[in-house]
Design a binder for this molecule. Sequence first.
Ligand code: KIV
Length: 290
Amino acid sequence: MSTTFQLDTATSRATPTPQPRKRLTVPAIRDHKQAGVTKEPLVMLTAYTARQAQLLDAHCDMLLVGDSLGQVIYGLPSTLSVTMEMMIAHGAAVVRGSYRALVIVDMPFGSYEASPEQAFASASRIMAETGCAAVKLEGGQAMAETIAFLSGRGIPVMAHVGLTPQAVNMLGGYGARGRSQREHEKIIADGQAVANAGAFAVVAEGVVEPIAVAMTASLEIPVIGIGASAQCDGQVLVTEDMLGMFERVPRFVKRYENLAQVVSDAAATYAAEVRARAFPTPDHTYQPKD
Ligand code: KIV
């Protein structure tokens, strides 16, 4: 399913013009797992901007406009103050910058928990204003009725169980979940509940590995792991984490680059050249035509 396309270098910085190409659909992602088995794991990364989406699109089955943008883009202390407007602005940018991956937009805290009707109003607005194909929301059994309500009305839902960052104040932190038998059983029941309710896939975040393995084996829908297990049906990471944009690296993140160093070094060279009047050179300036 993944990575047979090349980077589209034809798109311009100012006006990205995606090639017409058929996007992966929600049924294609759900049916990627056949009779409980996934041959090739699904690839998902977060994306928040059009250019980032252009660069990631060729390599990913799904792009997630995660509410982690609160911390990553806006420097907020948690995802709790992320707004609908933020999610819609970044969601629309990612849809504009991609043409192959399925784009999923996170529902922000407070936009869906009160009732299925509230969730429908928020999710339909996100889909109408961004052009995304699906939304993601956090919660298991407590959200089952809402997931059934949305799915039955044309809104595909990716669920998110285990470590659910919007519940950080209930959980008491961002540590791994499922170490006690009680919590283990609860997370497994959450996964089953969202699958029964009609979610097309579920993110399992920060759970001890046996939970991720059991959930992947028992659910018909794809289980996308983050801090979970290589046996999941797919994996997701926050792109800036895997690119090494931050010094703090959680255990479950693998850094594939050290972009923080690359950016800092480039800025230092630029600053030195500006101060020495070594930039711009004649190559970078315009002269009158004779
Ligand atoms: O907000 C986010 O980026 C997420 C992923 C970490 C799964 O929910």
